[in-house]
Design a binder for this molecule. Structure first.
Ligand code: KIV
Length: 271
């Protein structure tokens, strides 16, 4: 019998097993096939086509302007680049808040047209009906609690959430409710590590932290931050593994110099 060389795809079921076995889950954002392929081959388990595409790729101040069509476009590209990772498509602002029917239809488009393996949406109580509709129909849903960037105009800042007892309790209750509604995982963004620990220890489904401390079942970062492509953004939860902004600037300057001096292309680079 011949075995395929294709790596075994990460499924939502596998993520549950990973939590049960104490294996940490590695997640990164991706918005195109080029990066998706690199991250996938490096062994990233979840590629999130985040609405952070609005900040990172489109140059917006917030994620609010990102459309469903944008996420479908980027999900298709990531799908083409990745073989193993679970691809999660973010539901953009106003694609799931108006009515559970609309949320359901839009989640379906992300799966059918974009090729996503799951969708993510922000919020607790107020999205439970939509989450239940989706999960009942076989659409895997990832929740997102704590700092939810689509509510930036309500929060008024990107500060950590859940620091007072009342808000912490609400986030905890929302996490339990999302699990009840059938979510397969929850992103916890910028909340105290001890709160993330309590949620992680209570839930059967994995928690994926970003600025939520070391006890989450997995971690996610925006790839442009961890590779040092973004410059004026230094929150304490981002560890920079590279300084690609500097390295790319240097490479482009050297290329420009070579072109201007007539040193590129040389004979062996010509036909
Ligand atoms: O859009 C995004 O990149 C996200 C992550 C920060 C979790 O939601």
């Amino acid at each position: 019998m011949q075995h395929s060389s294709k790596p075994r795809a990460v499924t939502t079921r596998r993520l549950l097993e990973m939590k049960a076995q104490g294996i940490k889950i590695v997640a990164l954002t991706a918005y195109d096939a080029l990066m998706a392929r690199i991250f996938d081959e490096a062994g990233v388990d979840i590629l999130l086509v985040g609405d952070s595409v609005g900040n990172i790729v489109q140059g917006h101040e917030t994620t609010i302007p990102v459309t469903l069509e944008d996420i479908i476009y980027h999900t298709k590209a990531v799908r083409r680049g990745a073989q193993r990772a679970l691809i999660v498509a973010d539901m953009p602002f106003m694609s799931y808040q108006v009515h559970p029917d609309e949320a359901f239809r839009n989640a379906g488009r992300l799966m059918k047209e974009g090729g996503a393996g799951a969708v993510k949406l922000e919020g607790g109580q107020r999205v439970l009906e939509a989450v239940s509709r989706m999960t009942a129909a076989g659409i895997p849903v990832m929740g997102h609690l704590g700092l939810t960037p689509q509510s930036i105009h309500q929060f008024g800042s990107y500060q950590a959430r859940g620091r007072d007892a009342e808000e912490a309790e609400q986030i905890y209750r929302d996490a339990c409710a999302l699990e009840q509604a059938g979510a397969f995982a929850i992103v916890l963004e910028k909340i105290p590590a001890q709160l993330a620990r309590r949620i992680t220890e209570t839930l059967r489904i994995p928690t994926i932290g970003i600025g939520a401390g070391p006890w989450c079942d997995g971690q996610i970062l925006v790839y442009a931050d961890m590779l040092g492509l973004t410059v004026d953004f230094h929150p304490r939860f981002v560890r920079r593994y590279e300084n690609l902004h500097e390295r790319i600037t240097d490479a482009v300057r050297r290329y420009a110099e070579d072109v201007r001096r007539g040193e590129f292309p040389n004979e062996s680079e010509s036909y």
